[in-house]
Ligand binder design. Structure first.
Ligand SMILES: [Zn+2]
Length: 411
């Protein structure tokens, strides 16, 4: 009933069909507990709506642009929040601007008149931090979408996948993702070398032309491009003229306070949207794969067009299939876990154990992270053979056999 009502509101406001589809997915992605119309369910719908409105207002760097007109989802959020305030006798936001800057940017979730499962751990969270959607805000958006659409919002990602499928070359798709993750800045010479890697596939060079862009002069410092020493990501000056890495991990650990400077002349950098969709999420996956390879495994990345992040096989035949999940909030991660592929017997990627691997720093200071993840994931309930572990724990549990293995992209 509520879904139908909201859909009609969206259509009345002239939203495109894409947005309507997205709004349906917001509902389908929500958990089943609580039931439709329960206070928890209504609160989650409202939070998903507002979070997606805030993210749509921001650029890839995440800063909300005060000059842009507010997204209709925020007005819907204000309307619904006003009802919740009225029920509790609280003053409601006076408009969208007040809502964005006084509520989303300053009021932690515990002060909102909403009800959440305690495992959602929303209490002290803010939706905007320094005018940017917080990680908490972004994960609400990701968790509300269809799982398959998770990191594949970029049209280029879909295009590369489609062409590689048509060519029967899943390894090309995996090579492309690995290159983008590992090399976010290329000198003129490196660009030529990379474009010539697959001369039998003319599309490969076109993909690289579309993935990388010349470094714009306003993003250089004395003719140099500024690169984070830890994650190898290019950096931009912020409003105060400070150079910052877009990775929360680098900011949290204060890595890269002295960045590396590389000549900008003729250099190319990874396109900004692909930094967010591919390079930053891909780092923990690659580092994990390198950890397994150091223990003697042959690690195939993104087998079966991303059916898993990696399948690692040791010389004695032991093999595991792994999805690396780098999420801050386990309650939201729980609903993004998908079904593991059924690869066994003579399948080139046959594995005997499946794992969800979470970087250990995500679980630090988050009470019961892995317990909450197991409790709220229906996909994990349905797949008892899939275990949950931290990345570090899983690497330690794996065999360490003989010479170092390799990280690769095909059978
Ligand atoms: Zn960094």
């Amino acid at each position: 009933m509520f879904l139908a009502r909201r859909e009609s509101v969206l259509h009345a406001k002239g939203w495109s069909s894409t947005v309507s589809v997205g709004s349906v997915l917001i509902f389908e992605g929500l958990p089943n507990h609580g039931g439709r119309g329960s206070p928890e369910r209504e609160s989650e719908v409202l939070l998903s709506l507002v979070a997606s409105g805030l993210v749509s207002l921001s650029s890839w760097r995440g800063r909300v642009d005060r000059r842009r007109p507010y997204d209709d989802r925020l007005q819907l959020g204000v309307d619904r929040l006003s009802v919740a305030c009225a029920r509790r006798g609280l003053p409601a936001p006076t408009g969208v601007g007040d809502f964005v800057w006084e509520w989303c940017a300053r009021r932690p979730m515990r002060e909102w008149p909403l009800v959440f499962d305690p495992d959602a751990q929303v209490d002290g969270e803010l939706l905007l931090i320094d005018s940017s959607p917080s990680e908490f805000c972004q994960e609400w958006v990701r968790a509300s979408r269809d799982v398959v659409a998770d990191v594949h919002e970029s049209a280029l990602v879909n295009h590369v996948k489609d062409v590689a499928k048509a060519l029967g070359r899943p390894d090309l798709y995996a090579h492309w993702r690995m290159l983008l993750t590992g090399r976010t800045v290329l000198s003129a010479m490196e660009m030529v070398q990379q474009k010539n890697r697959f001369l039998d596939v003319p599309s490969w060079a076109v993909w690289l032309d579309e993935s990388y862009e010349p470094v714009p002069p306003e993003s250089t410092l004395n003719g140099k491009i500024v690169v984070c020493r830890r994650c190898r990501q290019w950096m931009s000056p912020d409003g105060d003229g400070q150079w910052t890495c877009p990775s929360w991990r680098c900011a949290a650990y204060r890595f890269g306070s002295v960045p590396e400077l590389k000549p900008a002349d003729g250099a190319h950098r990874l396109r900004a949207d692909l930094v967010g969709y591919i390079a930053l999420p891909g780092r923990p996956e690659l580092e994990f794969a390198e950890g397994l390879a150091a223990r003697g495994a042959r690690v195939v990345m993104y087998p079966g067009f991303d059916a898993l992040d990696a399948v690692a096989t040791w010389p004695d035949g032991y093999a595991i299939g792994v999805d690396v999940k780098d999420w801050r909030n386990p309650f939201l991660l729980a609903r993004s876990i998908k079904k593991f592929p059924d690869w066994s017997g003579k399948h080139p990627y046959a594995y005997s154990k499946g794992f969800i691997a979470v970087p250990q720093d995500r679980t630090r200071g988050r009470d019961g992270y892995l317990r909450i993840l197991r409790k709220h994931s229906s996909a994990l309930h349905d797949q008892p053979h899939v275990q949950v572990a931290t990345v570090e724990e899983l690497i330690q549990r794996c065999p360490s056999l003989g010479a170092p293995g390799e990280v690769t992209c095909g059978p």
